[in-house]
Design a protein around this ligand. Structure first.
Ligand code: UT7
Length: 331
C-alpha cells in the first residue's frame, strides 16, 4: 500500500522481439511499395514478425523470461496480479494473462486489458491504482502483441506499418522520489471507426462495417495522434508539477517517426532526449513503449533516477501519458 513516502513505480522490465525480421526490401518483393516510401513516410526500416506457430502468449512468456534473465528468478516472488494488455489475445477467453499466471505458477489474479496500442500504458495506470489502493502488492504488467497475424498483407497502407513483440514489467510500491508522478488516461470512442478489427459483431454501433483484418484510416489516426501526443504530454508534465526541462527522456509510442518528431518539437526537447525504435520494430502496438524502454536501458540512455515521460495512443481511440522517476527497486 502507498504511504506518505511511497507510491507505485516500475521496478523491473523485460522485453522480447521475434527472431524473424522483415525488411522494407522484403516487402518490396511482396507488394507495390518501396523502401523510399516507407522510410520517408514512417521512419520504419524493419519489423519483427512472429513465427506462424508463435502467438501472443508465447511472446508474453519470452518477455517474462527476459525479465527473469535481467532481474533474477525472485523477480516474480509475491506477484499477486497479472495484467496482459493486448489486441491479439490467443483466445477471447481464457485471458492471455491467465495463461501467463499458469505458466509461471503464480498465486495471482489475472485479466486482459484492451485499449488499442495504448494498452501497456493503460496497464501501468491500472497497476498503479491496484498498488496504491492496497488491493495488490506486486503487479506483472505486460504488453504483448501479434498484430501481424491480423493484417491484410494485400493492403499496403497497413501491412508495412506493424510488427510484433512483448514487454513485461513489475509495478510495486517504491520510495519517493521514484515512481509515478502523474498518470493520464483518456478515450474518444467516436473515433472507433478509424481503427478496428472485427470479432463477434458485424459492425460498430454507428454502422461502420467490421472485417477480419485490421483496418486503419491512416490520415485520421495521424491527425488524432499529433493532437493527443501534444495535449497528453503537456497534461502529464503539469500534473507532475514539472516543466519540460525536467524530462530526461521522452519515450513515446513508436508508430511513425513524423508523429514522434512533431511531439518532440512541441515539447522543445533535443533529439538526444527522445527514444526512437520505430526503425527497428515498426509499430509493435502494446509492446512498443516497453521495447523502447528496454532499448534505452540496454544502450545506457536510461538509468535510475531519470525522470521520463511516456505517451501512447491507439484504437478506441485512446491515449495515455505518464511522468515517472525510473528505479527504486530492490536491485
Ligand atoms: O498505433 C496505431 C496508430 N497508427 C498510426 O499512428 C498511423 C498514423 N498514420 C500514419 O502514420 C500515416 O497516415 C501513414 C504512414 C499510414 C500514411 O502516410 P500518409 O502520408 O498519410 O499517406 P496517405 O495514406 O495519404 O497515402 C499517400 C499515398 C497514396 O497514394 P495516392 O492516393 O496519393 O496516389 C497511397 O495509396 O501513398 C500511397 N501509399 C503507399 N505507397 C507505397 C499508401 N501506402 C503505401 C505503401 N507504399 N506502403
Amino acid at each position: 500500500m502507498s504511504t506518505a513516502t511511497t507510491r507505485a513505480g516500475i521496478t523491473a522490465l523485460g522485453a522480447y522481439a521475434p527472431e524473424r525480421v522483415v525488411t522494407n526490401e522484403d516487402l518490396e518483393r511482396l507488394m507495390d511499395t518501396s523502401d523510399e516510401w516507407i522510410t520517408t513516410r514512417t521512419g520504419i526500416r524493419r519489423r519483427h514478425v512472429s513465427a506462424d506457430d508463435e502467438f501472443t502468449s508465447d511472446l508474453a512468456f519470452r518477455a517474462v523470461d527476459d525479465l527473469i534473465r535481467r532481474h533474477g528468478a525472485g523477480v516474480l516472488d509475491g506477484v499477486d496480479l497479472v495484467i496482459v494488455a493486448t489486441n491479439t489475445p490467443d483466445a477471447l477467453f481464457p485471458a492471455t494473462a491467465a495463461l501467463v499466471q499458469d505458466h509461471y505458477g503464480l498465486k495471482a489474479a489475472a485479466f486482459d486489458l484492451l485499449a488499442g496500442c495504448t494498452g501497456w500504458v493503460y496497464a501501468l495506470a491500472a497497476a498503479k491504482a491496484f498498488v496504491e489502493s492496497g488491493q495488490s502488492r506486486r503487479v506483472l504488467a505486460i504488453g504483448a502483441e501479434a498484430l501481424t497475424k491480423v493484417l491484410d498483407w494485400n493492403d499496403r497502407a497497413t501491412a508495412v506499418l506493424f510488427g510484433d513483440g512483448a514487454g513485461a514489467s513489475i509495478v510495486e510500491a517504491v520510495e519517493m522520489p521514484f515512481g509515478f508522478a502523474s498518470m493520464v488516461i483518456g478515450a474518444d470512442g467516436s473515433g472507433g471507426k478509424h481503427l478496428h478489427k472485427g470479432s463477434l459483431g458485424r459492425c460498430l454501433p454507428d454502422g461502420t462495417p467490421l472485417g477480419e483484418h485490421l483496418y486503419m484510416n491512416g490520415r485520421e489516426v495521424f491527425k488524432f495522434a499529433v493532437r493527443v501526443m501534444d495535449t497528453a504530454t503537456v497534461q502529464a508534465i503539469a500534473e507532475a508539477g514539472l516543466t519540460n526541462d525536467d524530462i530526461s527522456l521522452f519515450v513515446p509510442h513508436q508508430a511513425n517517426l513524423r508523429i514522434i518528431d512533431a511531439a518532440r518539437e512541441r515539447l522543445r526537447l533535443p533529439p538526444e532526449r527522445v527514444v526512437v525504435t520505430v526503425d527497428e520494430y515498426g509499430n509493435s502496438s502494446t509492446a512498443s513503449v516497453p521495447l523502447a524502454l528496454a532499448h534505452a536501458l540496454d544502450t545506457g540512455r536510461l538509468v535510475d533516477g531519470d525522470t521520463i515521460l511516456l505517451v501512447s495512443f491507439g484504437a478506441g481511440l485512446t491515449w495515455a501519458s505518464s511522468v515517472l522517476t525510473w528505479g527504486g527497486g530492490r536491485g
